[in-house]
Ligand binder design. Structure first.
Ligand SMILES: [Zn+2]
Length: 306
């Protein structure tokens, strides 16, 4: 409630949001028997518009807690810039965006701040040209459930406010990197902003952080495999191992049992003497057909007469 009050949300709206989150009575129906009510104080139905608003409210103080040197660390290749230009007013603005932002978010933020500029300047008729078709499609989407970014709801909100003040705004798509002068100027303004401009303090959608979390997991897994490869599976690690984003069976349309069997065969974990003897389950690794030959998969498939 305090956060909502700080944001200037009218009291009846804040009270409605509070009641929606804090005073829910939940009933369970199991085999025809109704159990409850149980009062819940947390959570919102997934996909609810309120859950996106709540997320934005909860995280709006998060970014200032992230030290600025995170941004400077990423300056070499990760940081991004965004910019808009207004040729008729000979005006442009640009910002550095937090390095985790997706291209979608960067384009959405540029549109959002352009709408703010139009609102402040009270231009009666404006056209925003953007090369981000995906953002335009999200803004125009008739189905709120398909919208994954809270920034799109902020853009819709700004458009509604502009309409209320009779300020006409059109959003138009143009192809990027095709030599269109306004688009090229905006690109040229955005590039130096990635390193020189001030870091924009705006909460990003949580989905923007998935990529770095997956990359961190991938890198730590790669480092662990290399470390293990010094003492275990040395030959495999030196001759065959490659860092991959997806496992080797990602493109296989096969049942899980088959994948498991193939993994066991590839790693020499099967119920043949060569594998069982390593675990002291059998006394000898040799095949009953010939005491001088190991009973491994290669022998059983290609040489064993049994
Ligand atoms: Zn044999």
């Amino acid at each position: 409630m305090e956060d909502l009050r700080d944001l200037g949300v009218p009291y009846p709206v804040a009270r409605f949001i509070y009641n929606s989150t804090a005073c829910k009575n939940i009933y369970f129906k199991i085999n025809g028997e109704v159990i409850g009510p149980r009062t819940s104080t947390v959570g919102l139905p997934q996909g609810s518009i309120l859950s996106l608003i709540s997320y934005s409210v909860y995280t709006r103080k998060l970014i200032p807690l992230i030290p600025n040197d995170c941004g400077s660390k990423s300056e070499s290749d990760n940081s991004a810039g965004c910019a808009y230009i207004c040729p008729s007013a000979n005006f442009s603005r640009s910002w550095k965006i937090f390095s985790h932002a997706s291209i979608f978010s960067i384009e959405a933020i540029a549109i959002l701040y352009t709408l703010d500029y139009i609102l402040q300047s009270s231009f009666s008729k404006s056209v925003i040209f953007t090369d981000s078709l995906s953002v335009l499609q999200s803004v125009a989407s008739p189905c709120p459930n398909t919208i994954k970014s809270s920034l799109i709801f902020l853009i819709r909100n700004r458009l509604a406010v502009l309409a209320k003040f009779n300020l006409t705004v059109k959003l138009e798509w143009i192809p990027g990197h095709k030599g269109i002068s306004g688009n090229e100027r905006a690109d040229a303004a955005a590039k130096p902003a990635a390193t020189n401009a001030n870091l924009l303090n705006i909460p990003l959608p949580h989905s923007d952080f998935y990529h770095s979390a997956v990359k961190d997991l991938n890198d730590s897994c790669h480092a662990w495999i290399l470390a293990m490869g010094n003492s275990k599976g040395v030959h495999y690690t030196q001759c065959f191992y490659k860092q991959r984003k997806k496992p080797w069976f990602a493109s296989f349309n096969a049942r899980r049992e088959w994948i498991v069997s193939l993994c066991r065969m590839r790693s020499n974990h099967y119920a043949l003497n060569a594998s069982l003897a390593c675990k002291n389950i059998t006394d000898s690794a040799s095949c009953p057909c010939d005491p001088t030959v190991e009973e491994d998969l290669n022998h059983v498939l290609w040489n064993c007469p049994r």
